[in-house]
Ligand binder design. Structure first.
Ligand code: FES
Length: 170
């Protein structure tokens, strides 16, 4: 397949996945929540996870997300929140950005960090030690302003707002 066709196909699959993202929105009764942000592009992603017991294992029942990010991050988050259902936290944490975005096909170099943003949000949600590290190295405190407030404060008009509820509590 030529490079142009490959790019067109990727654009189409990203647009399709981002147009009607699955699992979008805050989860009221989540067991875990995490946030990741990229200082280079200003995009952010928050994830919620609910667990259930299945055959003696604690597995992910469902996951949702809110994104202030590019279409690729939304598309990958939509796919990832479907992919991790039924997995344990350890199994989900073992999944890297390229695996989470694999249904879209290989991402071009400039879009690889979009899938990594999803991977980081997942790690922040499922690995409490990663969360602590993130809080200490990220200027935005997830226990403080809402994700919307943090992004509005950035004053970047290019951000695509897909938040369903403004008063999200971490
Ligand atoms: Fe930054 Fe996609 S451009 S997450």
């Amino acid at each position: 397949m030529s490079m142009v066709n490959r790019e067109e196909e990727l654009t189409r699959s990203v647009e399709e996945a981002a147009r009607q993202p699955k699992n979008l929105g805050e989860m009221e009764s989540a067991d875990a929540v995490g946030t990741a942000g990229r200082s280079d592009c200003g995009d952010m992603l928050r994830m919620w996870v609910k667990f259930k017991e299945e055959n003696g294992r604690r597995v992910i029942d469902r996951a949702t997300f809110q994104s202030f990010g590019c279409q690729t991050a939304i598309a990958v988050a939509s796919i990832a929140t479907e992919m991790i259902r039924g997995k344990t936290a350890e199994e989900a944490l073992a999944m890297k950005g390229d695996e989470l975005s694999s249904p879209l096909g290989p991402l071009p170099p400039m879009k690889i960090h979009c899938a990594q943003l999803v991977e980081e949000a997942l790690r922040s949600t499922l690995d409490p030690s990663a969360n602590k590290k993130q809080i200490s190295t990220t200027p935005s405190d997830i226990s403080g302003p809402t994700l919307a407030d943090q992004l509005i404060a950035k004053g970047e008009g290019k951000l695509k707002i897909t938040l369903l509820h403004k008063n999200d509590t971490p």
